[in-house]
Write a protein that binds this ligand. Structure first.
Ligand code: SF4
Length: 100
């Protein structure tokens, strides 16, 4: 029997233009979504590890349950390693006179 490893991170994002502010998502994913005083969702944009299966399932549940399809789970891979490539420096422009 194999082990499934979940790597990477995710964030739950809301499209504020589509959102109607009835706050259904806060019931579907209470650990990720809080509501402001008008009922609109406040969602942390801190990436959450995919290994947190409960949070990921809640995010997917809220995404599917949003009546306005305003929620989206975005998966993020690990950050790419910083390369050690340097850009070529621009060559200096000669201000001297051109030969005749
Ligand atoms: S369930 Fe969807 S439409 Fe309703 S408040 Fe949450 S994001 Fe907005």
């Amino acid at each position: 029997m194999g082990v499934i490893r979940r790597s990477g991170m995710f964030v739950l994002q809301v499209n504020p233009i589509l959102c109607d502010g009835f706050g259904h998502c806060a019931e579907l994913a209470p650990e990720l979504v809080h509501l402001d005083e008008w009922g609109y969702p406040i969602i942390s944009q801190e990436p959450v590890p995919m290994a947190d299966i409960g949070a990921y399932e809640s995010a997917r549940y809220a995404e599917r349950g949003c009546p306005r399809q305003a929620l989206h789970v975005t998966k993020m891979n690990s950050p790419a390693p910083v390369s050690n490539v340097t850009m070529n420096q621009p060559r200096p422009v000669s201000r001297g006179r051109r030969p005749l």
